[in-house]
Each structure stands twice: as C-alpha cells, then as structure tokens.
Design a protein around this ligand. Structure first.
Ligand code: BG6
Length: 513
C-alpha cells in the first residue's frame, strides 16, 4: 500500500492522502507516481499553451518525480532536438520571462524525448514502447488528440504493453458528441483501462476557485445550513468569453456552446454547487454526490426547450472599442451552430425544490467573466423599513475569471448619526483576496497533471457523470430540433440575444453582468 500515508505536496484540499476506509478499495488507482508520461498530440495547441507550461511549472517547484520522463508524440516528423526547440518557444510564449531560468529550462528539456507516430498505424506503437524504458513504469498516457483517434490509440497502447498493470490513461474532451458516441469512447477505454486508472479531464475542476467552492461549503459551518431552497432564491452560472472561433472552426462549428461548455464545465460547476456534503474529500464520495445531482436535473426536452433555453450566434460588433466580425464571417460559410446558450435548469430534489439554476455561456461577450452567483433570499421582515432603509438580500459571488475570488455581499450600516433615516449599504466581504495575495495562481492543468502523475482521481470525471451529462444535453438538443429552434442573432460585444434577458426577467431575475 505504497503511498497510503504519503503527505501530498502542494495539494490545497487534499485529505490525509488516501487513508481510511477508501484506501485500497478497487476503485482507487495505485498511488505510485508515474515515471513516464506519454503525451499524445504533443505538437497541438493544448500541449503548447497549457500542458508543457504546466509540466515545466511543476518541475521548477520540484513536484515532478525525480526520474520522470516525458515521451512526446504526434504525427509531425520531428526529432528530440526540434521538439525541445518547439517546447522552448511554447514556454517562452506561455510564461513570464523571469520564470524561465536557464538551468530549470535545461533540466526540463532533458526530461523530454519525441517519437513521431501515426496513431492509426498499429505497428508504429513499438517505437513508443521502446522509448519507455522498462524501468520507467508506471506510465501515464495523456490523450490530447481528436477523439476519432482514441480507439486506435488505446488499442495500440494495449498491444505494445503500455496499458496493463498500473498504466493510467487521461483523456481530454470532447469525449463524444452525444451519449451514444461517448459510450463508444468509454467502452473502448474500458477494454484496456479499468475505471480506476482512467482520468477524464475537465480542466475547470483544476481551477483553484472551483476547489475553493468545496472548501467554502464544507470547511465552514456557516454556509451549509443556508445552502438550500429555504434560503437561496436562485443560482446563476455564467461563463462569458470575449474570444470568437480562434482558428478552431473545424472543432467548434457543428459542436456549439451547449456541447463545448455546458455539457462539461458548466454542469460540473452546477454539480459542485448543488451536491450534498460528501463524507470525505476523495474520489468516490465526491463523484457519488456529483452524479446524484446530474441525475436529478429536470429533463428539458421537446415540451420545455423553447421556454427554458435560448440560443444565439454572434453577428459583427465591437469588444472594448475594437470591431470584430460575426461568426459566419469568421467561419466563411452559413451555419446554425450556437455560440451562446442560456438555460433555466432545476435540480429536482428536496434541497433545491423550486430554485432555478440559470446558466449562460457565450463567445464574443463584452468581457471575460466566469462566476457562480448565489442569490440568497431577503430577510423575512425588515426592521429598518419605516426608517427608509432597504436591506438587499445577501449575494455570494464565486468568481473564476478574470480573477479568482469569493465575495460575499452583506448589508452594513453606513456610519453617521442617522438624522435623516438609517442608511444601509451593501459591502463586499472578500474571502482570501488579501490572505493569499502573494500566492502564485497555477494553471488548472498543473493540478490535474500532478494528480494524474500521483494517481489521485478526485478531480477527474467518472464515466457515470459524463454519461449523465450527455443524457441531459441530448434531450435539450432533441428539443431544439423538435421546436425547429435556430440561434438568434446578437451583436458581438453584447450579453447575447434579448430573449436571454427575458428568460430570467420573466421570473423577476436579472442576470449579473
Ligand atoms: C474549453 C472550450 O473547454 O474551454 C473552449 O473548448 C473555451 O471553447 C475554454 O474557450 C474556456 O476555458 P477557460 O479556462 O479559458 O475558461
């Protein structure tokens, strides 16, 4: 039981590692750190912008296992030297110059070798197996490739001996385009990797504030008694981006915001917000609670898709004073793909009876803003009303972007003698902003890669969660088809079509912009 009592470096929320009854049960992977990390899609955008900079960040902080070797692979016919040069350029773009100390850089590049490989050709996997020294096990493979290559890659790994024993597999989204295709992928994975060694990535779970949501909810006695329909009026989850297609037209067109953002990131945020207290901060208890929420989501289908969802597509407009093109102009052809979606959802259980969860996400919004907003109910009776003061209901804002903060808006008395009546003011209480001001905020992938290397699946998504997410999303898409819904236009640089405003205003709720 190597590692059962190992203290985990750098973990913020980690319980005393895998102690207690969970340790050793068969849904927990071997906690041995991996010695080889295989990176598929190593020349791709994600690897260059996120994965390699994250691995470098971990290395600089001494968090990678001493002998860890990174075996990068992609189709491009590069050699070690040219891949290392590409890595150096990528790090230069992604990180501040002062973090790229020559000695640290040299040590990191030394860990990397490159094996050109066409995943569709099974015979090429032997080269990969040869690059993983027999002494450098366990191995973790990170698939950052098109899902169409998953099946062939997994079969190749299994055939060359890189799937058995303690080998782990991490998969990047998209994990399918609907429930059926997601099951296909999951079945292909399951043929070679048991669930305990499968790490499905949702990079939102690696964000510090997302984990802080759990610390706030379950590390304090203050919030939990109020965290229910009796005290919370509604919840808003917004993930607004200013970017447009960013050269990802092949992927995004035909995918759309519902499948790109809601199916994964936003439903995970909703599940963490709504879930019951898990018994422990560990993989099974957390994922058990999340999946219960996902399965309690009220189905939105043919009858309710038109009243509970709004879809939009951006037209030309301006963001921060700069003109930007519309979606179809960027794409170069007509399209019915939504770049904005707003949804009124419900979690049908005792805790959340009657509480709407409004979600919206969009490209080309006025600002980059991602947050979970909890609107509490007002005081039952205002003792200040006859003195002209209004007590606003409390609000909690868990902000993921652009900065990571948690802010509670409270009513306080404005100082003074109150000769003209009592004046109350809404004042923010910032949790953590000052206490952790000097702590470097890590890239979400740093946390996830380290957890993969160390074998902690807590912040990864289990198969039943992904499938519950797809089931809910598929019904919405069927509802759109049944109602012949197509995206409504909105100008780039605005908060989506006006129908999205009407979606909440009907309930007397205003989106927090
Ligand atoms: C990705 C989506 O999963 O998340 C992108 O495919 C989106 O379309 C991105 O831009 C947003 O991530 P973040 O961390 O920048 O909010």
């Amino acid at each position: 039981m190597l590692g059962c009592t190992k203290a985990r470096p750098g973990g913020t929320l980690h319980s005393a590692a895998h102690t207690g009854p969970g340790c050793g049960v068969n849904d927990l992977p071997s906690p041995q750190p991996v010695q080889s990390l295989l990176l598929f899609g190593a020349t791709g955008d994600l690897a260059r912008r996120m994965l390699l900079p994250s691995l470098f960040g971990l290395d600089v902080d001494g968090l990678l296992p001493e002998g860890l070797r990174i075996v990068a692979t992609a189709r491009s016919s590069l050699d070690d030297a040219s891949f290392r040069a590409m890595t150096e350029t990528a790090l230069g773009k992604a990180l501040e110059a002062e973090r790229l100390k020559p000695a640290a850089l040299a040590r990191f590049l030394e860990r990397i070798c490159y094996v050109p490989l066409d995943a569709a050709k099974p015979d090429q996997f032997q080269k990969l197996a040869a690059a993983v020294d027999a002494t450098r096990h366990p191995v973790a493979t990170f698939l950052s490739t098109a899902p169409s290559l998953f099946r062939a890659t997994i079969a190749g790994l299994a055939a060359c001996g890189l799937a058995g024993g303690t080998a782990r597999l991490a998969l990047e989204k998209p994990l399918g385009t609907d429930l059926a295709s997601s099951r296909d992928i999951n079945d292909a994975v399951a043929e070679a990797f048991p669930e305990s060694r499968t790490f499905r990535i949702d990079h939102y779970l690696g964000k510090e504030t997302v984990q802080n949501l759990l610390a706030m909810r379950f590390g304090n006695s203050l919030f939990e008694p109020l965290w229910n329909a009796q005290h919370i009026e509604h919840v808003q989850i917004t993930v607004a981006e200013t970017v447009g297609l960013e050269g990802r037209l092949d992927y995004f067109d035909g995918t759309g915001s519902l499948r790109d953002m809601v199916q994964n990131h936003m439903l995970q945020l909703l599940a963490l917000t709504a879930m019951e207290p898990p018994a422990q901060f560990d993989a099974s208890p957390i994922r058990n609670e999340k999946v219960k929420v996902l399965r309690s989501l009220r189905r939105i289908g043919q009858d309710t898709a038109a009243s509970h969802t709004v879809i939009g597509q951006y037209r030309p407009g301006a963001i921060a004073g700069m003109p930007v093109s519309g979606y179809v102009e960027e794409l170069g052809r007509a399209s019915d793909t939504e770049t904005f979606v707003a949804i009124k959802a419900h979690v049908d259980n005792w805790r959340w009876k009657g509480v709407p969860f409004y979600m919206r996400t969009g490209k080309r919004m006025p600002s980059r803003q991602s947050e979970i907003f909890i609107q509490f109910r007002g005081v039952p009776h205002s003792i200040f009303a006859h003195r002209g003061a209004v007590a606003q209901p409390n609000k909690l804002i868990i902000r993921l972007q652009p900065e990571e903060t948690i802010r509670l808006l409270m009513m306080t008395k404005q100082p003074g003698l109150d000769r003209e009546g009592v004046r109350l003011r809404e004042v923010p209480l910032d949790l953590g902003a000052v206490a952790f001001a000097d702590v470097r905020r890590r890239i979400a992938y740093e946390r996830l890669l380290l957890d993969l290397i160390e074998g902690d699946p807590t912040l990864f998504v289990r198969r039943d969660e992904v499938e519950a997410q797809w089931e809910w999303i598929d019904a919405i898409r069927q509802g759109w088809v049944a109602n012949s819904m197509t995206p409504r236009p909105y100008a780039a640089g605005t908060w989506g079509p006006s129908a999205a405003i009407a979606l909440t205003e009907r309930d007397g709720v205003t989106w927090r912009d």
